[in-house]
Design a protein around this ligand. Structure first.
Ligand SMILES: Nc1ncnc2c1ncn2[C@@H]1O[C@H](COP(=O)(O)OP(=O)(O)OP(=O)(O)O)[C@@H](O)[C@H]1O
Ligand SMILES: [Mg+2]
Length: 623
């Protein structure tokens, strides 16, 4: 389908592609993967012709239609449904022509309209819009009534509806909630033509894609299978390369020894010569060990505060008097809490986060929060609100007014923004680079509570892992909102669910939640929609049960990390209790500490039991 031949491309003082060659099979669903800033979005621009390479290195079959989703979508007075319908240019053109056509022309137009099943277009379009979270009532509302994020969803719906021969999607799950992401996964899997999807979302890459296209070191490499397969193959390749390299190093040493010994001896000079030539000709074995991504710096709060950090009693919160978004909240948060907040877009998750951050007052009830409590709050609007003409260095200059210029620069480098990026304007940074900058900035003051509202949007998979590691070392409380299922599983010990004007603890894990949302979506199916998922296999003929090993392995990993954290908590409390000074200076604190120690011990036992059970399941699944 798409053919890239010997593509070399330089821009902004850097080489992005060097003789990259790849051919995408027709109908393939290809995940385009690679580090933040490596040039994935740049490749899209090249394919779309917004940037131009030297010549005809990129080619598509003649008349192939390319479709993509623009970053900006105008707030027009056109209704959502019409916006999507108009994306099918042929149908739209035929309908427009029909208005002024001669009678003899009409027959032909009608014929073609029937051929492309024009009558069913509105129901096909509304099915897509419903899948992406729009209600039946929304369909007739104008685009201008929706926020930028929701307009992006309409643009995505339009691209899917138009069904181009080559669909290009750049991080489509960034503006979706978990429910929308699950729907998109299923939809892309069934997409009738070729699709190239930039994504850092492991689930989407595993569940929807047939191939991975890896961009690194200026080269494009195609692998069959999903992301987990890709990772395994890469690891295997690296292992083989290492052993080939070891072999070659040994041979080289051997040749060199021969040359060194005999080059002075006339009788052996010819042999030494030929070995020297062989040495010079030896191509070094390439090793693909990638650079590590820069870690995230999340400094822990210096002094713990007395528990609880936050306590809500019968609290209402909202923006307008008399119209609470969330009602009767009864919750508490402690310093060792890792809370995952679930709920569809619009359920009030961000409102809740805003209140915890202290940026929104409650309307009723009680909110207790320690006055000394510092909060770090990361959310998507911060990225959108950045001035495109600002630079990372300017931003850090404002955040560290006292510091010297060189320490500001080294701080940025520590965050993974190297010298050449420090003066690049925000508008020209890649999505991942912007997110990395803000995340580090938000945590800079060692907050007691870190609120992360979709922190992984734009971050590449290795950076997500780096963020996870940093979160595990961070000692404050975490409130996490994310549609990244694996991150949620690995970070959250407790889940809360925002729904129907409430936030309450959710009883279950992420798999239960995924089931819960799909079930609810099914129940909400409207008459215009057709069934999205094949019916479950009948109970009489059960399919052989296959336990997926990979998700299980991740769960074991998550449980292990929880266990480590609990072990650390316990050790810390025991250390405090072992300090003789405690009993002399502040004996009154002892009972409280003992209570916390017992509590921590119970939690550790629980975590150990959970880990054991999962580890056994994994051992079984692996056979
Ligand atoms: N006009 C520009 N001037 C300077 N640098 C630029 C400009 N446009 C892009 N860049 C740089 O080019 C690099 C590649 O950007 P691109 O958006 O293609 O990355 P990406 O692979 O899509 O990354 P991400 O995963 O973060 O979206 C980035 O480091 C970016 O800072
Ligand atoms: Mg990009």
């Amino acid at each position: 389908m798409l053919q890239i031949n010997d593509l070399t491309f330089d821009a902004w003082g850097r080489r992005f592609f060097e003789k990259a060659t790849v051919s995408l099979p027709p109908g393939a669903k290809v995940g385009l993967i690679g580090r933040n800033g490596v040039g994935k979005s740049t490749l899209f621009k090249l394919i779309l012709g917004h940037l131009v390479a030297a010549g005809d290195e990129i080619s598509l079959p003649r008349n192939a239609r390319i479709g993509s989703v623009d970053q900006e979508h105008p707030a027009t007075p056109v209704s959502l449904l019409d916006t999507v319908l108009e994306a099918d240019e042929e149908r739209h053109g035929l309908l427009t022509r029909l208005e002024t056509a001669d009678p003899e022309e009409m027959g032909e137009i009608w014929g073609r309209l029937i051929e492309i099943d024009s009558d069913s277009a509105p129901s096909r379009a509304s099915e897509i819009l419903a899948g992406l979270g729009f209600s039946q009532d929304d369909l007739q509302r104008p685009m201008s009534e929706f926020s930028g994020g929701w307009r992006m969803r309409v643009a995505l719906a339009a691209a899917l509806f138009a069904e181009p021969d080559m669909l290009l999607l750049d991080e489509p799950t960034n503006y979706l909630d978990l429910e929308g992401a699950l729907w998109l996964e299923a939809r892309l899997k069934k997409y009738p033509h070729t699709a190239l999807i930039v994504s850092h979302d492991r689930e989407l890459l595993n569940n929807s894609c047939t191939h991975m296209l890896h961009l690194a070191g200026g080269k494009l490499e195609l692998y069959t299978g999903g992301y987990d397969d890709f990772e395994k193959r890469r690891a295997e390749k690296a292992r083989l390369q290492l052993s080939a390299k070891a072999k070659q190093d040994a041979e080289r040493a051997h040749l060199q020894a021969f040359v060194d010994r005999f080059k002075a001896k006339a009788s052996k000079a010819a042999q030494a010569q030929s070995r020297m030539k062989r040495l010079a000709k030896m191509e070094p074995v390439a090793t693909t060990i990638e650079e590590r991504v820069a870690p995230f710096t999340l400094p822990s709060p210096p002094k713990p505060l007395a528990p609880p950090l936050i306590r809500l009693e019968k609290a209402d919160v909202g923006y307008e008097a008399g119209r609470a978004i969330l009602k009767n909240l009864n919750l508490r948060m402690d310093l060792d809490d890792r809370i995952g907040l679930l709920g569809v877009n619009g359920a009030g998750k961000s409102t809740f986060a805003k209140m915890i951050a202290g940026a929104l007052d409650i309307q009723k009830g009680e909110l207790h929060r320690d006055k000394k409590m510092k909060v770090g709050w990361f959310h998507q609007h911060q990225i959108e609100a950045m001035d495109p003409n600002d630079t990372p260095l300017e931003i850090v200059r404002r955040a560290m007014p006292e510091a010297s210029e060189s320490s500001r620069r080294s701080r940025l480098a520590q965050w993974g923004l190297n010298f050449d990026k420090q003066d690049t304007t925000v508008g020209n940074l890649s999505g991942g680079e912007r997110a990395r900058l803000l995340l580090n900035l938000v945590a800079m003051d060692a907050p007691h509570v870190l609120i992360l509202d979709e922190p992984t949007n734009h971050l590449d998979i290795d950076s997500r892992r780096a963020l996870l590691d940093a979160l595990n070392d961070y000692e404050g409380a975490v409130l996490l909102i994310t549609h990244d299922r694996s991150l949620m599983e690995l970070v959250a010990d407790r889940l809360w669910l925002a729904a129907d004007g409430k936030v309450v603890p959710f009883d279950g894990d992420m798999d239960d939640y995924a089931k819960f949302v799909l079930e609810r979506a099914k129940q909400a199916v409207k008459p215009t929609q057709v069934a999205r998922e094949p019916a479950k296999a009948p109970a009489s003929a059960p399919a052989p049960k296959k336990v997926a090993v990979e998700p299980l392995r991740r769960k074991v990993e998550a449980a292990e990390q929880v266990m480590n954290r609990k072990t650390r908590d316990l050790a810390e409390l025991e250390a405090q209790l072992a300090d003789p000074q405690l009993y002399v200076k502040t004996p009154a604190k002892v009972p409280e500490l003992e209570k916390r120690r017992d509590n921590a011990k119970a939690k550790l036992d629980e975590a150990e039991a959970a880990w054991m059970e999962l580890a056994e399941q994994l051992a079984d699944a692996e056979g």
